[in-house]
Design a protein around this ligand. Structure first.
Ligand SMILES: N[C@@H](CCC[C@H](N)C(=O)O)C(=O)O
Length: 294
């Protein structure tokens, strides 16, 4: 029997971004790529991202979190999932400590302090964006990653071109457009995600700045496809809009699943993301989920 079988999980979402939280603290268990895919295939535990809690590695942090996409690949950041983990560690009857209103999580991309603003609303400090070409990463040196060369469609009449690259703990390419809902993201998303310019693939954003404090956004997520919301994508879109002098440093980002407030703080260059979480149900990982996948 797979060692993960019978472990309890929480099914949650952040603005419709489907999140499953699995607490493996106090054990040596690890989720493999195929375990993640097996869990993602189950309607009861289906996720865009699986957030797996491990014992803290660094003093002053509360847990080390590994993040898995639907395809089993690992990511360094997931804004919506981080808010869900913060809720679980503060409010879930079995794993939460209701006296806590702040905590710090760690992922392979760095530290993520989170604060409980109200019962279901959390702010996460997503850290400072990395903007150099080899930090995104891009496959070739570009001096100006705010306008790097990439286009799809006919050379003289491209469908999309010249995005802005931002790493928020994971790679993003933000295309500014008039109306994100005018594009066939299902079709162009995978082409761009897997373009050779992105050695680690990339999350793809279509953003429209409708006012200095408002951005409309759709996201094709690396390893997961179209999602209702992407927290790191919303952060990347705001950073990209500021780099292009299209928006203020604080804006509401409207995704298909709802709104996030994003601020690129002047003082230390960190990006703050504020938004809600929703608990859906809890369950246990069934042994036969892994047998069928093996
Ligand atoms: N939904 C997420 C982003 C998840 C990771 C992404 N697909 C990647 O592979 O980088 C969010 O809310 O930030």
């Amino acid at each position: 029997m797979n060692a993960l079988a019978t472990r309890r999980f929480l099914k949650m979402n952040g603005l419709g971004n489907q999140i499953t939280v699995l607490d493996l603290r106090g054990s040596q268990l690890r989720v493999s790529e195929s375990d993640a895919r097996a869990i993602a295939a189950q309607p009861g535990a289906r996720f865009d991202q699986l957030m797996v809690l491990h014992d803290a590695l660094t003093p002053g942090t509360d847990a080390y979190v590994r993040i898995y996409n639907t395809d089993g690949s690992e990511a360094g950041a997931c804004g919506n999932g981080t808010r869900c983990v913060a809720w679980a560690m503060m409010a879930d009857p079995a794993m939460g400590d209701p006296s806590r209103t702040r905590l710090t999580l760690q992922t392979k991309a760095g530290l993520l302090p989170a604060v409980r603003e109200s019962e279901l609303v959390f702010t996460v400090d997503m850290g400072a964006p990395r903007l150099a070409w080899d930090e995104i990463p891009l496959a070739e040196p570009f001096h100006d990653t705010a306008h790097f060369e990439l286009q799809i469609g006919p050379i003289d009449d491209p469908i999309l071109h010249t995005p802005c690259a931002v790493n928020m703990g994971n790679p993003h390419a933000v295309f500014f457009v008039d109306d994100p809902y005018r594009f066939n993201l299902e079709q162009i998303g995978p082409l761009l995600e897997n373009h050779p310019i992105f050695p680690d693939r990339a999350n793809i954003e279509l953003a429209a700045v409708t006012a200095p404090d408002h951005i409309v956004l759709r996201v094709w997520e690396r390893g997961a496809g179209i999602t209702q919301a992407c927290g790191s994508g919303a952060c990347a879109a705001l950073v990209a809009a500021v780099r292009r002098e299209l928006s203020a440093r604080k804006a509401v980002v409207s995704l298909p699943g709802g709104d996030l407030t994003i601020e690129w703080r002047e003082r230390d260059g960190h990006v703050l993301m504020t938004g809600p979480v929703a608990f859906e149900w809890e369950g246990v990982l069934e042994p036969d989920w892994f047998e069928r996948a093996a």
